[in-house]
Design a binder for this molecule. Structure first.
Ligand SMILES: Cc1ncc(COP(=O)(O)O)c(C=O)c1O
Length: 460
C-alpha cells in the first residue's frame, strides 16, 4: 500500500480509523453508523478535524496537555535536531537534553534535586510508589509500606496507579487491586462531609491524620495528593489545608508525594501547583504539560534526602533504585521539554495564565448570576471548573447526560470544553476548562460565550 497517498486521502483515514483503531475512553457502538472524529491539524488553540471543521480547544488536547498550544515549529525543530544526532540510549546512561532539562527543572523547584525520567503520568507515580516501598524495606524493616490517596483524586491508569485513585467509576471492574493503598477524605468544601464547619481546610486535613492513626503511623509511608484535583472536579484546596497536611506528614514521618501531572509546568500560573501553597514535597511527579504533548515524557522528581536513601550503602548490591523505563531514555522528551520551557519563559506564559485565568473565573462567576444551574465555580490559573446542579439549595448534581448535552451545545458553537466523566458515581457534573496558556482575552470570551449559549439551550 502507498502510505503517503493514503494519509492525504482523509476519507480513507476515517474509514481506517473506524475499522482498526480502538479509541481511549470510548464506547464504539455509535461508530457503526457515524464516523469517529479524527483530528488532523492544530494551530494555537484551534484544531481542524477530517471534515474540515474548526474548533476552539478549551481543554488543551482534551486532557489539559498542550500547554503552549498547537503547531510549535521550534519544538518540532528541537526534537528533529536531537533525533538525528542521538535518539535513544537506555537511561542508565545520561543524554545531553536529559541533563540540561533536569538542570532547568530543578532551578525552578527550590528544595528538589533529582529527576527520574519515564514516559507517562501513571508511570511517574508508579516510580514514586516503588521508591516508597523500597524505603519501607530498607529503612523501616518492611513497615511504612502503605500509601494514602484522596477521594476524588486520580493518579493514573495502570493497576497500582488505579488502586491509588479516588474515583470509583474509573476503578470499577478492574479489581482486585494490590493492597496497601488507603483512601482519605476529599477536601471539596462545596460538598462538605462535616456540614457547615468554620475551618473546613483544617478539618479536611485533620481527617487525613485520623486515617493515619487508624491505620497505625508505623504502617504509613507516604501520601499522594494533587495540588488542585483535576478530573475529580477541579477542586482547589480550602484555606489552611496544605500547611496542616505538611505538619501531619512531618509529625508522622510520612513522605509527601505531589502529583503535578496536570498542574505542573504552568497550568495554574506558577511552574508547579504546590508552589502556591508553600508546601515542601518529598517527591513531585509530572507529565502532560512537561513537553505539551510534542513528545512523551514524565518525571519523578525527589529531594536529595530521598535520593540519598538509594545510594548511602554502595556495598549492598540491592540498595540502589532497581527500576528502568525503556522509553525514559528517549531524548525527544527532554529536547521537547527544554524548548517548551523556553517558550513559557520567553512568551511570559505564567503571567498570561494568571491574567487570563482571572478573566475566565470572572466570566464564569458572571455566568453564575445568569444561570441557576451553576452551583459553584472553582479554579486556579487556566484550570477552572463549574459544577452544575439541578437545584442550588439542595446541590443535587445535574445528571451526567445533561452535562454531556451542555458539552455538545458548546461544540455546536465551535468550542470544545470538558467535563468530569465516568469518574464519580452521581457526581460527574463539573464542566472543566483548561485552554492553552497562550489563550487571548477574546478566546476566553469565546469560550464562556459558548458555555452561556449552551446552558441557555440545554438548561433553560
Ligand atoms: C492528576 C493525574 N495524574 C496522573 C495521570 C496519569 O497520566 P497518564 O495518562 O499520562 O498516565 C493523570 C491523567 O489524566 C492525571 O490527571
Amino acid at each position: 500500500m502507498n502510505i503517503t497517498a493514503s494519509v492525504n486521502d482523509l476519507s480513507h483515514i476515517v474509514s481506517a480509523d473506524r475499522a482498526h483503531v480502538w479509541h481511549h475512553l470510548t464506547q464504539h457502538k455509535p461508530f457503526e453508523t457515524i464516523d469517529p472524529r479524527v483530528i488532523v491539524e492544530g494551530k494555537g488553540l484551534k484544531v481542524w478535524d477530517a471534515t474540515g471543521r474548526e474548533t476552539l480547544d478549551a481543554v488543551s488536547g482534551g486532557v489539559w496537555t498542550v500547554n503552549v498550544g498547537y503547531g510549535r515549529e521550534s519544538i518540532a525543530d528541537a526534537v528533529r535536531e536531537q533525533l538525528v544526532k542521538m535518539n535513544y540510549f537506555a537511561g542508565s546512561a545520561g543524554s545531553v537534553p536529559g541533563a540540561l532539562f533536569a538542570e532547568a527543572l530543578i532551578a525552578r523547584m527550590p528544595g528538589m534535586s533529582r529527576v527520574y525520567y519515564s514516559n507517562s503520568g501513571s508511570e511517574a507515580n508508579e516510580k514514586a510508589y516503588k521508591m516508597v516501598r523500597q524505603i519501607a524495606h530498607r529503612r523501616h524493616g518492611g513497615k511504612k509500606w502503605k500509601i494514602l490517596y484522596r477521594e476524588r483524586d486520580y493518579h493514573g491508569t495502570t493497576i497500582a496507579a488505579l488502586a491509588s485513585g479516588g474515583q470509583e467509576e474509573r476503578k470499577a471492574m478492574y479489581g482486585p487491586f494490590p493492597p496497601g493503598f488507603v483512601a482519605v477524605p476529599h477536601c471539596l468544601e462545596y460538598r462538605s462531609q462535616w456540614g457547615d464547619v468554620a475551618d473546613y481546610g483544617i478539618r479536611a486535613a485533620d481527617a487525613i491524620e485520623e486515617v493515619i492513626l487508624r491505620e497505625g503511623p508505623d504502617t504509613v509511608g507516604a501520601i499522594i495528593l494533587e495540588p488542585v484535583t483535576a478530573g475529580g472536579g477541579v477542586i482547589t484546596p480550602p484555606e489552611g489545608y496544605w500547611p496542616r497536611v505538611q505538619e501531619i506528614c512531618r509529625k508522622h514521618d510520612i513522605l509527601l508525594i505531589i502529583d503535578e501531572v496536570v498542574c505542573g509546568v504552568g497550568r495554574t500560573g506558577t511552574w508547579f501547583g504546590y508552589q502556591h501553597y508553600g508546601v515542601e514535597p518529598d517527591i513531585v511527579t509530572m507529565a502532560k504539560g512537561v513537553a505539551s504533548g510534542y513528545a512523551a515524557i514524565s518525571c519523578t522528581v525527589t529531594t536529595e534526602r530521598v535520593f540519598e536513601m538509594f545510594k548511602d550503602d554502595a556495598d549492598d548490591h540491592m540498595s540502589y533504585f532497581r527500576d528502568i523505563s525503556t522509553f525514559g531514555g528517549c531524548t525527544a522528551g527532554p529536547a521537547a521539554a527544554l524548548e517548551n520551557m523556553r517558550i513559557i519563559e520567553d512568551e511570559e506564559l505564567l503571567q498570561n495564565t494568571s491574567l487570563m485565568g482571572e478573566r475566565l473565573m470572572g466570566n464564569l462567576r458572571a455566568l453564575m448570576e445568569k444561570h441557576a444551574v451553576i452551583g459553584d465555580v472553582r479554579g486556579k490559573g487556566l484550570f477552572c471548573g463549574a459544577e452544575l446542579v439541578a437545584d442550588r439549595a439542595s446541590k443535587e448534581p445535574l445528571p451526567e447526560k445533561t452535562v454531556s448535552a451542555v458539552l455538545a451545545g458548546a461544540m455546536k458553537r465551535g468550542v470544545q470544553i470538558g467535563m468530569t466523566n465516568r469518574s464519580l458515581p452521581g457526581l460527574n457534573n463539573t464542566l472543566c476548562l483548561s485552554p492553552a496558556l497562550v489563550v487571548s482575552a477574546a478566546e476566553i470570551d469565546q469560550i464562556t460565550d459558548a458555555i452561556d449559549g449552551a446552558l441557555g439551550e440545554v438548561c433553560g
